[in-house]
Design a protein around this ligand. Structure first.
Ligand SMILES: [Zn+2]
Length: 501
């Protein structure tokens, strides 16, 4: 048996003020031919799992590109074409293959997405992975089992479904379950290769957009319900595509996907029922956003009350994990205006500030202009007198929940101290913080701070919840403002629940 595997992923925020380039992939994760080492980077974990599982069965594995880019603006078209052609060339060279598994994000949007395909060299720019899947299917033909693992923030398009045998999405947000879903997909495709099952997919459009944290009710029960459906009565896999609302694409929207063992009617019925349930719990499922001042008013009360650990405030609109710059200054400015102390920030992306801090050295005090560089949604830069507390070169932070954790790159990281116990983590690669070790490694005692501001929508939750006294979601201004009615959609369907009205 021969298995072909590859990764090509990013989540495109079509409203972000910078493009996804070769450098974005190189800085996040890019390797070829499986050179991931003993402890694979977060973005290489599914491929490492599939290789291990396949080799344990005595299969031969051909691994092509493994490329993942920190979410940003549109992906350059020439770059997408280059990566696509590279994967296809590797696939042709590997033929004949018995199965194909791809790890993708599923929300890559390519430059030209708002123009007809006749003007984009025939590339479906609004659905890059659908475009890739169609090309892969053409190469392998209709009979070779072909599956993919997707982020639940994918655009679950008809083209992606039509060209594959089985798609499996993460179920959890934060995405702590992506290694488990990689295992699920391997099992399903291995059973397909062995002729034990014949996967058929059922897709249903829920007609809404939103943000659905699975750490709270009612989504916790919804995910548990999906899991309970699996493995019974020919149901092989159940997924919910949350979609990615900061993308102006034609097939934007929440969709359910059910894979059955050749039971299309049953899959269709379950998929429709999942959409009915999502619409039923929709309002309650949306995150409880607070304004900036409401957030700090509540945080001060909570901090004075019983319990241990910091009150964590998520600055959701400046989340690098969704294409925001991670350099907005709205929250820091308000903290300084209100005189709030004993607070840590995780973490600003400001490579110039990092460079200046490294140049000055640990213990040095100097005047620094921080943040606010990437556009109007970053706010104005703030002029500060800072002391460099600690410098760490090539810093890494943990992602996921034990035991299946992995490490992601942060670039060079520094901690900057202000008066009043304000400490700021700054790093040279744009990334959200997924774990307090982003702070502790640069000498900030995260667990004993009164407050932590984390520039993240939800991925911080797995790492920060264990040390937090309370978690608040604050909707300050920013690139990822979570009020979808305010986003300037031109292509997406404005009648979808969540952006209508
Ligand atoms: Zn996601």
């Amino acid at each position: 048996m021969k298995l072909f595997i590859a990764t090509l992923g990013t989540e495109t925020n079509t409203f972000a003020p910078f493009v996804t380039s070769a450098q974005t992939f190189e800085e996040t994760y890019l390797t070829r031919g499986g050179g991931h080492g003993d402890q694979p980077n977060t973005f290489a974990v599914p491929l490492a799992i599939w290789r291990g599982r396949a080799e344990a069965l005595g299969w031969e594995v051909t691994e092509s590109l493994c490329a993942f880019a920190m979410p940003s603006g549109v992906t350059l078209r020439a770059l997408y074409r280059q990566y696509k052609e590279e994967i296809l060339a590797d696939l042709r060279a590997a033929l004949p293959v018995d199965a194909v598994l791809l790890c993708i994000h599923g929300a890559m949007v390519v430059e030209g997405y708002d123009r007809p395909m006749a003007e984009t060299d025939g590339i479906d720019c609004a659905d890059a992975e659908g475009d890739l899947f169609e090309a892969v299917r053409r190469v392998i033909g209709p009979d070779v089992p072909f599956g993919a693992e997707l982020d639940l923030h994918c655009h679950l398009t008809e083209k992606k479904v039509r060209n594959t045998d089985a798609l499996i999405l993460y179920k959890e947000y934060p995405h702590t379950d992506f290694p488990d879903r990689a295992d699920d997909l391997f099992d399903l495709i291995a059973d397909t290769v062995a002729g034990k099952v014949r996967p058929v997919q059922s897709l249903h459009d829920c007609g809404c957009v939103g943000v659905f944290h699975t750490t709270r009710q009612p989504m916790r029960s919804f995910v548990d319900h999906m899991i309970a459906l699996e493995g019974k009565e020919d149901v092989l896999s159940v997924s919910l595509g949350h979609s990615f609302p900061w993308a102006d694409v034609p097939e934007l929207g929440v969709r359910s996907l059910v894979v059955t063992d050749n039971r299309k009617d049953k899959g269709d019925a379950i998929a429709a029922d999942l959409c009915r349930r999502i619409n039923e719990i929709y309002d309650e499922a949306q995150p409880p956003y607070l304004t900036l001042d409401e957030g700090f008013d509540q945080a001060l009360i909570l901090a004075a009350g019983p319990g241990q650990g910091p009150v964590v405030l998520a600055d959701v609109a400046d989340n690098a994990g969704g294409g925001a710059p991670n350099d907005s200054t709205f929250v820091l400015r308000r903290v300084l205006e209100r005189g709030i102390g004993d607070i840590a920030f995780a973490n600003f992306w400001d490579p110039i500030a990092v460079q200046l801090a490294i140049s000055a050295g640990e213990g040095a005090t100097f005047d620094l202009r921080l943040g606010g560089k990437m556009g109007p949604m970053s706010g104005d830069p703030i002029d500060l007198r800072v002391r460099v507390k600690k410098i760490v070169r090539d810093a890494r932070q943990t992602f996921g929940a034990p035991p299946r954790t992995s490490k992601g790159r942060m670039g060079d990281a520094v901690s900057l101290q202000l008066e009043n116990g304000v400490e700021i983590g700054v790093n040279s690669l744009r990334t959200q913080s997924t774990n307090p070790d982003a702070l502790t490694q640069i000498g900030i005692d995260a667990a004993n701070k009164r407050f932590i501001v984390v520039k993240s929508m939800q991925h911080f939750h797995a790492g920060y919840a264990p040390i937090a006294k309370a978690i608040l979601y604050v909707a300050a201004p920013g690139t990822m403002i979570p009020y979808f009615k305010q986003l300037p959609y031109r292509v997406a369907d404005r009648s979808l629940r969540g952006i209508d009205g």
